[in-house]
Design a protein around this ligand. Structure first.
Ligand SMILES: NC(=O)c1ccc[n+]([C@@H]2O[C@H](COP(=O)([O-])OP(=O)(O)OC[C@H]3O[C@@H](n4cnc5c(N)ncnc54)[C@H](O)[C@@H]3O)[C@@H](O)[C@H]2O)c1
Length: 350
């Protein structure tokens, strides 16, 4: 066990160290291991404290806190969503997070979570796809080719065996960027001029577009039987991606109903609209896909347990490595009650 003074120095994973860690592990291995980590936590869903994330909305975006605990560890992520940021040269989504000990309340890890959010969101889509898509799915349509897209594509390649991706974005330069980044990935890349063209022949469709409106990236007449859809871009009140008729026609799977009801495609539907919680499919308590013709929809909004899994994965992976620094973040007087004395001695020592 760590000594008390050791606990005051909190391991911190910077963006630079996160990138080095991902390359050290290998991106596709990282995505595969993280998918398994999230799946293991979905299997013990009932052991977690769960609540919808705490949002602070403005006209231009949202800032959210996403906490959860399994009784041993507590984790939270700070995350924003600002679709307008991209035009100002900023990320739409940024984040950082903390993992703490429930026993002492002391933080155990402080980490960047902008990259880690893209990785965990991709791993979550891969987890949903491996349980819900038709066996042998080979072609993905990726609509919205922004910051999340390459991660989404590589996770589906690594975990689900996707071989070809049909790319579409309203901004062709985003599609070009995505294709350039994946040029050596071994995936066949097909540029498309519309969402309709992109979904032609696709077994899986992932939508990751950013807009602060109810959009209809896909309409019902575009969608053939048997596809699996990961709709991950609609993740706020008033921000959806699919026409209501597709949502009505598909079998819906989701993370945490109380949060998805407010933020997901589900917000378009009446209160009695049927859905299945993904963790129940993973534990075998509920059926996933029932037939080859069924349209399955993962209404992914991003839930705190996925961030918790990612935090624990990183905490384990940095152990014994140099991919972190120590942050002097917790005040640590020799006599616990002498916080003031510690401050006073610092003055005389300076
Ligand atoms: N569910 C989750 O867990 C989760 C996690 C992270 C991000 N997100 C959401 O995913 C979305 C994408 O995030 P990002 O970081 O990639 O954003 P981004 O701004 O980097 O990229 C979004 C892309 O969508 C494109 N786009 C916008 N409207 C479109 C349309 N009608 N058709 C095709 N393309 C369109 C834009 O041109 C842009 O290239 C955001 O809405 C974000 O909030 C969800």
């Amino acid at each position: 066990m760590s000594s008390p003074s050791h606990l005051a120095l909190v391991p911190f994973v910077s963006v630079k160290n996160m990138m080095a860690l991902v390359h050290h592990i290998g991106l596709e291995t990282f995505l595969t291991e993280l998918t398994d980590e999230i799946e293991a936590d979905f299997k013990r869903w009932e052991t977690f404290d769960k609540s919808p994330r705490l949002p602070s909305h403005s006209d231009v975006g949202v800032i959210e806190l996403m906490p959860t605990s399994d009784g041993e560890h507590y984790g939270f992520k700070y995350v924003n969503g600002h679709p307008k940021n991209m035009r100002a040269g900023l990320q739409t989504v940024t984040g950082f997070g903390v993992l703490a000990s429930v026993d002492t309340g002391y933080p155990l890890l402080f980490t960047e979570m902008t990259l880690l959010t893209a990785l965990r969101t991709a791993a979550t889509s891969a987890m949903a796809t491996r349980h819900l898509a038709r066996k042998g799915a080979k072609t993905l349509a990726m609509i919205g080719n922004g910051a999340q897209s390459e991660f989404q594509i590589l996770a589906l390649k690594a975990v689900c065996g996707i071989k070809a991706v049909r790319l579409y974005d309203i901004d062709p330069s985003a599609t070009q960027k995505c294709a350039d980044n994946l040029a050596r990935s071994g995936i066949e890349l097909i540029h498309c001029r519309s969402a309709e063209e992109a979904i032609e022949g696709a077994d899986v469709i992932t939508t990751a577009t950013a807009d602060k409106n109810m959009q209809t990236i896909l309409t019902d007449n575009m969608i053939g039987n048997g596809v699996h859809i990961n709709a991950i871009g609609g993740d706020c009140p008033g921000k959806t991606e699919l026409h209501r008729d597709i949502v009505a026609r598909a079998s819906m799977f989701l993370e945490y109903p109380a949060q998805t009801r407010i933020e997901g495609e589900l917000q378009q539907m009446p209160l009695d609209h049927p859905f299945t919680e993904l963790w129940q499919v993973i534990t075998g308590q509920a059926l996933g896909r029932r037939s080859e013709d069924e349209i399955t929809l993962f209404d992914g909004v991003g839930f705190a347990i996925e961030d918790f899994s990612a935090l624990r994965y990183i905490a384990r992976k940095i152990t014994g490595t140099s991919y972190f620094e120590h942050l002097d973040m917790i005040a640590d007087p020799d006599e616990p009650r002498d916080l003031f004395g510690m401050l006073a001695r610092a003055k005389s020592a300076s």
